[in-house]
Design a protein around this ligand. Structure first.
Ligand SMILES: [Zn+2]
Length: 341
């Protein structure tokens, strides 16, 4: 029995032994819960493709965050659905807009919660893109008009400043415009918010896993003249992992404090490559499509939903994630702490 091949089996014999040599842990502190803020009062509108996820008015969002906090969640990330949309996303940098209002309410009523905010134009533009569009006459037949990268940067900085001013702990640009981390960093530093960290969606892949989110955030690109039909012009090609490392390196150089890969599970190899190359904290975004698949199979009894959720999040940690953004955060935290809400 003294052979090396028996060693793993010997250390798996009891739960206490397994715990003793466990390499990776999952704790509620690792989780960030995405919440969707909408105008109004007492609004709690279910998102059809994401069971258990709601569009919440600020009062309901505070109550939801409180319940999450009691279950062990210590961080949320906010997405906003504004009253009005226009071509440049003006409602996104309104200091009394939906997200600043939600931040102030959360900071008052759930002071222990870390409040992160999504910084992007797509929830606030009438065309649904993450940046402003180039003027129509710039293109011709066969020419992709696309998003105007550089014209978008000052608007993103304005949005981040509005969030910081309302009390956001971390701002998280998700637009994938080149140079936005530097532009936001400069904007925050110049307005007295040098202490607010930036979590960059550093490697965000253009793919099909975001479908349910666009229902929730009402942010799918609209059809129209001069409007690109997808985000492939600025988000990454799912085939490219080395390119992701170049994107990430740029964000590090521009001053990102935390780095993210999105989606999570189909891109764990990218996350691992990031872990091996960069020392900054890493986040994985377990996205709406990944959540919807677990929920759908769980509802049918095809998988043990609770176990699959915990295993999925643990595997993100094993691949190198320090933190995980997930719609499962409250449920997973409840499972881990034994507090169910
Ligand atoms: Zn966007």
């Amino acid at each position: 029995m003294a052979f090396p091949q028996d060693r793993p089996r010997r250390m798996r014999r009891t739960e206490a032994l397994r715990r003793l040599v466990r390499e990776t842990t999952l704790a509620p502190d690792d989780l960030v819960w995405p919440l969707f803020a909408v105008p109004g009062e007492r609004v709690r509108k279910p998102v059809k493709s994401m069971p258990g996820v709601f569009n919440l008015s600020v009062d309901e969002l505070v109550a939801e965050a409180q319940a999450g906090y009691e279950a062990g969640v210590r961080s949320v990330i906010l997405f906003g659905i504004p009253e009005t949309k226009d071509a440049v996303g003006t409602s996104g940098f309104d200091e009394d807009g939906i997200i600043p209002r939600a931040i102030r309410a959360l900071k008052k009523d759930v002071p222990g919660m870390v409040v992160m905010t999504d910084v992007c134009l797509c929830e606030y533009t009438d065309h649904g893109h993450c940046g402003v569009l180039k003027p129509p006459k710039a293109g011709g037949p066969g020419q992709d008009l696309g998003v105007d990268n550089d014209a978008t940067l000052p608007l993103l900085a304005k949005q981040a400043i509005a969030h910081a001013k309302a009390g956001a702990d971390i701002v998280a640009p998700s637009d994938m415009m080149d140079g936005r981390v530097a532009a936001i960093r400069k904007g925050l530093d110049e307005t007295g918010y040098g202490d607010v960290p930036i979590m960059s969606y550093a490697a965000k892949f253009a793919g099909a896993f975001y479908g349910p989110f666009r229902d929730a955030a009402d942010s799918a690109p609209r059809e129209g003249p001069g409007v690109p039909k997808d985000r492939k012009g600025y988000q990454m090609d799912p085939a490219n992992a080395r390119e992701a490392m170049r994107e990430v390196a740029l964000d590090v150089a521009e001053g990102a404090d935390l780095l993210m890969v999105k989606p999570a599970v189909p891109y764990l190899d990218v996350l691992r490559m990031m872990r091996d190359r960069f020392d900054l904290p890493l986040a994985a975004y377990h996205v709406s499509g990944e959540y919807a698949m677990i929920k759908a199979a769980g509802e049918r009894g095809w998988i043990d939903e609770e176990r699959v959720v915990l295993e999925t999040l643990l595997c993100c940690r094993r691949a190198g994630a320090d933190l995980i953004l997930t719609y499962c955060a409250k449920d997973a935290a409840g499972l881990l702490t034994g507090v169910r809400r």
